[in-house]
Design a protein. Structure first.
Length: 318
């Protein structure tokens, strides 16, 4: 099947993404445009996110055209919902669905719809160096971002996945905590990269985090208050940043230890924007035994590459 390709579209709450993969599953393009968030703001309303995607998509579609020259687009994939769960819905994904269907109609190509979460998992598996056989049997996945802190049990299901949530946050999500604390420190939203840089600077002693994890369920709502109390007490933004990431590392490790007790030897995959943090990934890699895989940073944060890869799998399966 020479010179064919597959296009993926993803319109999450904070990033517009378009990707292209070839017939062998190689990512030819993974283009992104962030949604604008005002200074001091900690997020976007869905109506504003939807409008921002509508503005971003024409430019991204123009930017992806050079990657399509000399190739035939045989299918288009799109993230149509947040999760593979009943009634999972966010308006921002409507922009991507409309763009994908318009593109496919012009090309007389089929459209395949997936969840945003499935795309994250596929992007992580593909970019992490995991063997292809990983997706042929059950594995565990962490989806850690601004909208999710989910511990998942993933089993193969045709060309995609059956995803069961078996743990996660009972309150605040990890990315929400990072952004709220970062904004309070004067950083621009989204705050993850800047807070990570702060954590690498010289800082004083970092208090040992007292986490709350039981049976795969964590509580993160107290992290914001603990971090801001630490800032008031030390005046050190780098100390606070290091504390935040230590807290999240310990929390994820405890959740991983629990799932490994429940499913001994289960391979684990880490995805989502928070897992772009190389410090957290390195600490978990060192402490967790067995098969543990981390998405590359470009494929940890929101992206359409996983959706394009799922599209390829679905097309070939059909």
């Amino acid at each position: 099947m020479p010179d064919v390709c597959f296009v993926g579209v993803d319109t999450s709450n904070y990033t517009t993404s378009v990707a292209v993969v070839d017939e062998k599953g190689q990512v030819l393009a993974n283009l992104k445009a962030p949604l604008p968030v005002g200074a001091g703001e900690r997020g976007l309303r869905q109506s504003d996110a939807l409008f921002a995607h509508v503005k971003n998509l024409p430019g991204l579609m123009d930017a992806v055209r050079p990657h399509l020259f000399g190739r035939t687009v045989v299918a288009v994939g799109v993230s149509a919902r947040p999760r593979d769960a009943e009634n999972s819905y966010m308006p921002c994904f409507l922009a991507g669905v409309a763009a994908a269907r318009a593109l496919a109609a012009g090309l007389s190509a089929p459209v395949f719809e997936f969840s945003h979460q499935s795309g994250h998992i596929m992007a992580a598996v593909s970019s992490s160096g995991a063997p292809a056989s990983l997706t042929e049997s059950p594995f565990g996945a962490f989806h850690v971002s601004g909208g999710t802190t989910d511990l998942l049990y993933v089993t193969p299901a045709g060309a995609g996945f059956h995803i069961e949530q078996i743990g996660g946050s009972a309150d605040l999500h990890a990315g929400q905590a990072v952004d709220r604390i970062g904004v309070a420190l004067g950083l621009s939203f989204p705050c993850g990269p800047a807070l990570e840089k702060l954590a690498l600077e010289d800082h004083g002693p970092v208090p040992r985090p007292k986490i709350a994890v039981k049976d795969g369920v964590c509580h993160l709502s107290g992290l914001e208050n603990l971090a801001l109390d630490l800032y008031r007490g030390t005046g050190s933004a780098p100390t606070v940043a290091a504390f935040v990431f230590d807290f999240l590392t310990e929390t994820l490790f405890a959740m991983a230890a629990w799932v490994r007790q429940k499913h001994p030897g289960l391979p684990l995959v880490f995805a989502g924007g928070v897992m772009s943090n190389r410090g957290i990934a390195a600490a978990l890699q060192k402490r967790l035994c067995g098969d543990v895989y981390f998405a590359e940073p470009a494929f940890s944060a929101d992206n359409a590459a996983g959706t394009a890869l799922l599209c390829r799998r679905r097309f070939l399966k059909n």
